[in-house]
Design a protein around this ligand. Structure first.
Ligand code: FES
Length: 110
């Protein structure tokens, strides 16, 4: 079974908005639930191309693209990853072609 991946952008714009800290917080939240990353792995991604809408986080293969993510959104994102509903208020912000390009990139094994 392919394990799910959550990527937090570590590009320049997202880093300026605090994505390094956000990555640590999200990873800690998810590791409390899944300490060995058997259900989902938390990784950084160089840039999703939606820089003005950062901080951006994607979940693969779910094809969920979250934008304008703030620390106070992480509990809701973690709840979604654990089996809850996607966080609609953070979705559909970047253009569809930006999302589609990322899904094509992430679908390619490398
Ligand atoms: S810097 Fe985060 S999407 Fe480009």
């Amino acid at each position: 079974m392919t394990s799910r991946l959550v990527y937090v952008c570590e590009g320049g714009d997202c880093t300026e908005k605090g994505s390094v800290e956000l990555f640590e917080q999200l990873r800690n939240l998810l590791h409390e639930w899944d300490p060995k990353e058997e259900k989902i792995r938390v990784r950084k991604y160089p840039c999703f191309g939606g820089c003005e809408h950062g901080i951006n986080i994607t979940i693969w293969p779910d094809k969920i693209f979250y934008s304008h993510v703030k620390p106070e959104d992480l509990e809701d994102i973690a709840a979604h990853i654990k089996g809850g509903e996607p966080v609609q208020r953070l979705m559909g912000v970047v253009k569809p072609d930006v999302e589609e390009f990322i899904w094509q990139m992430l679908d390619c094994p490398y």
